[in-house]
Design a protein around this ligand. Structure first.
Ligand code: GAR
Length: 210
């Protein structure tokens, strides 16, 4: 089973979904460490509840972004992780960091990329009048929310939706999508090739239906 480190900044509900998936005996990955850039991230307690080593490498404990990143990198490498999952990690990574983990680091983003990179995706999808919205898991590259897409889940936008209701519907889809996308990578069914395109054999589309 491939060893995975998960980086978080907050609640950690996607982390919880990855932990739950990895508890199944046939899942191809195991969560070996959780690292947060925020000391009070609820996800740290969630991980500790499952006896998964979890620690904060808090930005405020370092003088510069570079020093903080170096500490995060070291923390990841100490765990022996082979794959890094960003799960609500709200920090932009440097080119060096990305290069170090290229093809082995994935992120979940709450929109159907390439629509709505960045923040506030649910408000923006509503404001744009989208009738379909969703979530994407992609390889992390130097450009934020831009790397090759591994898998996506679509959810409907309902009449009179609020951003909160839509966010909740998308989050439920995220909790299925992220474990499925990580499994593709851990099994070697998806790979980022040198030209930055992902080549995937195996499914990459996930619906909210069971
Ligand atoms: C998730 O919705 C994730 O897609 C989003 O943050 C939330 C984290 O929730 N990520 C981003 O916006 C990244 N730009 P969680 O901590 O409960 O998993």
């Amino acid at each position: 089973r491939r060893k995975v480190a998960v980086l978080i900044s907050g609640r950690g509900s996607n982390l919880g979904a990855l932990i739950a998936a990895a508890m199944k005996p046939d899942y191809p990955a195991q969560i070996v460490a959780v690292i947060s850039d925020k000391a009070d991230a609820a996800g740290l307690e969630r991980a500790k509840g499952f006896d998964i080593p979890a620690r904060a490498v808090a930005r405020k404990d370092y003088d510069s972004r570079e020093a903080h990143e170096a500490a995060v990198l070291e923390a990841i490498e100490e765990t022996g992780a082979e794959i890094v999952c960003l799960a609500g990690y709200m920090r932009i990574l440097s080119e060096d960091f990305v290069r170090r983990w290229k093809g082995r680091m994935i992120n979940i983003h709450p929109s159907l990329l390439p629509s709505f990179p960045g923040l506030d995706t649910h408000h923006r999808a509503l404001a744009a009048g989208c009738r379909v919205h969703g979530a994407s898991v992609h390889f992390v590259t130097e450009v934020m929310d831009d790397g090759p897409i591994i898998a996506q889940a679509a959810v409907p936008v309902l009449n009179k939706d609020t951003a909160e209701a839509l966010a909740e519907r998308v989050l439920k889809a995220e909790h299925k999508l992220y474990p499925a996308a990580l499994a593709l990578l851990a099994r070697g069914d998806v790979r980022m090739s040198g030209d930055g395109m992902s080549s995937a054999s195996g499914a990459g589309t996930f619906s909210t239906e069971d």
